[in-house]
Unconditional design. Structure first.
Length: 447
């Protein structure tokens, strides 16, 4: 019964979160809801708060932490969509009788240290303002791979997580990699005690072998990584886990916490130096002229630091002209959104600004909206090069920023052009004779 209830809650939670992502495209009022739901993750909440989000929403993160203190990782066991997917993978593994590889005691010690180093590093980067630390966060990973799926592309992050769950024990990623899960585990250690099995425990270690989190130990009982999934209770042959359990002091892992704190402090120092160096994504001293950002974007250095790479702006764009960046914006700019005018024009609808959780994109006054300036390549233009009176760019420009000169050829009025990209989208030339560059763009300054 407990398993059925838990699985029902998991599926409802995953469906609701996915539904919010899907409905962002159609209902304006729904757009900020998923960003608010991301506050259930304390790390994402911290990043959002430092980026100027509503302080009142931090109560959601605080409530999630308080629940974790008393109940452990119930968010991971009942709400997290990635966790739900991994539990479904575990069910498939049971059907083919494959339990997966489980690390030995020595390997487990090193993996435990690694998880705290990952957590410390993530917190250090977030405190510096680098939301890139949330790239593998479940509530950031889910919308990003959702966008990939609906665009018929490969969801690399989810595939990596699923492969880990298939090769190793089901929740390997949750236990040793996920920074949000480590945060909840750390909160659970504040209880100061661990629950031991009650009744006549025979030390058969069945519960230890079947725990999806490798959280049960015959020596320390149920640790702070308990999902409250009930697997141990169902598998126990003596049914001793159904009876009142005793409490024992828990080792709070001071060495692990020191490793975590050391990693965070190291990244604070390194990140502070990096933030002092301007142009982290500049190649050869200049940013690529064709790298265009969505409307309301922060200045490039601050934008790269603020962007979570969640992909919500990509999925909500009505004209589908936003695409994830590759290495054209540098290694730090990987998977940040960029505007590709060849796919269509920007409508300046502010949909991307409304869903951005960290305010890397925000609504700007209409008079300050300018994504760049169009440039005509005369050697490619049909009107300039071949004398053909095409003039599609003139007809499609919504601001009448392209006029016809005395010779009947198009000329850009740079004062009127605000970079919507309509001219490039409609140009009939294969490589586009008119292109949009980031020259003259207006970017938002961080306060």
């Amino acid at each position: 019964m407990r398993t059925t209830v838990r699985r029902s809650i998991q599926i409802v939670s995953a469906v609701c979160l996915t539904y919010l992502l899907w409905r962002q495209n159609f209902i304006t009022a729904v757009r900020p809801l998923y960003s608010w739901a991301s506050w259930l993750d304390p790390l994402a909440g911290l990043a959002n708060l430092l980026r100027g989000a509503l302080p009142l929403l931090s109560l959601i993160s605080l409530a999630a932490l308080l629940i974790a203190v008393f109940l452990g990782r119930v968010f991971c066991g009942y709400v997290c969509p990635v966790g739900t997917l991994l539990d479904l993978i575990a069910d498939l593994k049971k059907a083919v009788h494959w339990g997966g590889l489980r690390p030995g005691d020595k390997t487990r010690v090193w993996l435990e240290r690694l998880r705290w180093i990952i957590l410390g590093g993530a917190v250090g980067l977030i405190l510096l303002g680098y939301s890139l630390a949330l790239f593998v966060d479940p509530l950031v990973l889910w919308p990003r791979d959702f966008w990939l799926l609906i665009n018929k592309e490969i969801p690399w992050s989810l595939i990596a997580v699923v492969l880990l769950g298939m090769v190793s024990f089901p929740r390997f990623w949750c236990r040793f990699v996920c920074p949000a899960g480590s945060t909840f585990s750390l909160a659970g250690r504040m209880r100061g005690a661990s629950r031991l099995a009650g009744g006549k425990c025979t030390k058969c270690r069945v519960c230890v072998r079947h725990c999806p989190m490798m959280n049960v130990s015959s020596e320390i009982g149920f640790g702070s990584d308990c999902l409250h999934c009930g697997v141990c209770s169902r598998k126990c042959p003596a049914r001793c886990l159904d009876k009142p359990a005793s409490l024992v002091p828990v080792d709070k892992g001071r060495r692990d916490l020191l490793l975590s704190s050391g990693a965070g402090l190291s990244l604070l120092v390194i990140g502070g130096i990096a933030r002092a160096v301007k142009g982290a994504t500049v190649i050869g001293g200049r940013r690529w002229a064709r790298l265009l950002r969505p409307p309301g974007a922060l200045e490039e250095r601050d934008f790269l630091a603020a962007c979570q790479r969640c992909g919500q702006c990509l999925s909500v764009c009505p004209t589908k002209v936003l695409r994830p960046s590759g290495l054209e914006s540098g290694l730090l700019g990987l998977w940040t959104p960029r505007f590709v005018p060849r796919l269509g024009r920007c409508m300046f609808c502010n949909a991307c600004d409304q869903v951005c959780p960290t305010k890397a994109l925000a609504v700007m006054p209409p008079e300050k909206l300018r994504l760049g300036t169009a440039v005509i390549h005369r050697h490619l233009c049909l009107a300039w090069n071949k004398g053909i009176k095409c003039l599609l760019c003139v007809e499609t420009c919504p601001r009448f920023a392209i006029r016809i000169n005395a010779d009947g050829r198009p000329v850009i009025d740079e004062e009127r052009c605000f970079g919507c990209g309509a001219c490039e989208a409609h140009c009939p030339v294969a490589d586009s004779a008119v292109i949009l560059t980031n020259r003259g763009e207006i970017r938002r300054r961080e306060r």
